[in-house]
Design a protein around this ligand. Structure first.
Ligand SMILES: Nc1nc2c(ncn2[C@@H]2O[C@H](COP(=O)(O)OP(=O)(O)OP(=O)(O)O)[C@@H](O)[C@H]2O)c(=O)[nH]1
Ligand SMILES: [Mg+2]
Ligand SMILES: [Zn+2]
Ligand SMILES: [Zn+2]
Length: 239
């Protein structure tokens, strides 16, 4: 794990380990506050994590196309630099706040807290059914930082290779849903979907696994059904 993010490192340096633990603890405290904020407002929140380019924003664009008019959606877009992803979401008519970390390789709950209040201000009293948080493209560090989400979703795309679940176990173990993306590319890569699924289930037996392609639309209905069910279940649990 990298030095800048505060994730645990095997440096043998007790001071570094203590600082990192305190950083993670303060992140967890703020994540709990975020969850309370979300629950008071009745908003179901998903945190999307993946390597750069696995297809997080593309999946959000497709989801918006399928569900806008049926449910109200908001997005917090995490990136190191630029407003590009937030602009892509806004172009679909959905409110989006860009969270730029200025170098940090993951989102932290304090930045999400600020972003959520900014989004609320923009919404001007309008409620949301679901808030997506797109994390910084990175399959390592975002796994260690709770943002206050209800559900964490990890995306692994076909070009990345089927060994990614075993090589990045924390991403699988800390997530509720695994989405294997870009399945239209299966003919061009040696990606064994059944192996990736079996490895993910061995690491996390309760993980839900979906396969999608935003290019062909394969698996998108299962994904949007899963979203609607999650929103409904979250509401029933909180009422
Ligand atoms: N063939 C194919 N390409 C896809 C699919 N989904 C996304 N892409 C392409 O993959 C590239 C990256 O997609 P993004 O949605 O920007 O990926 P991301 O995970 O949001 O990337 P970062 O925010 O930079 O981490 C783009 O060129 C997309 O067009 C898919 O289902 N099939
Ligand atoms: Mg993106
Ligand atoms: Zn890092
Ligand atoms: Zn607040």
């Amino acid at each position: 794990m990298c030095n800048t993010c505060g994730c645990p490192e095997d440096t043998g340096n007790r001071v570094t380990v203590e600082i990192n633990q305190s950083l993670l603890k303060s992140n967890e405290d703020m994540a709990e506050k975020n969850r309370v904020h979300f629950d008071i407002k009745g908003i179901f929140v998903m945190n999307l994590i993946s390597s750069p380019g696995a297809g997080k924003t593309s999946l959000l664009e497709k989801t918006i196309e399928e569900l806008s008019g049926k449910i109200s959606i908001g997005v917090l877009e995490g990136d190191i630099e630029t407003e590009l992803d937030a602009e892509r979401i806004r172009a679909k008519g959905i409110p989006a706040i860009q969270l730029t970390t200025g170098g940090a390789c993951h989102l932290e709950s304090s930045l999400v807290h600020k972003g959520f209040h900014k989004l609320e201000h923009e919404l001007n009293g309008k409620s949301l059914d679901i808030l997506f948080i797109e994390n910084v493209g990175n399959l390592v560090c975002p796994s260690f930082f709770d943002l206050g989400e209800h559900t964490r979703v990890v995306l692994i795309s076909i070009p990345e290779g089927h060994d990614k679940p075993v090589k990045y176990p924390k991403a699988i173990q800390s997530s509720d849903i695994l989405i294997i993306t870009k399945t239209d590319l299966v003919p061009y890569f040696d990606f064994d979907i059944e192996k990736a699924k079996a490895d993910a289930l061995a690491l996390n037996p309760s993980i839900t696994i979906l396969t999608v392609s935003v290019k062909t639309g394969d698996g998108i209905e299962e994904w949007t059904d899963c979203l609607i069910k999650s929103i409904t279940l979250n509401r029933a649990q909180k009422s």
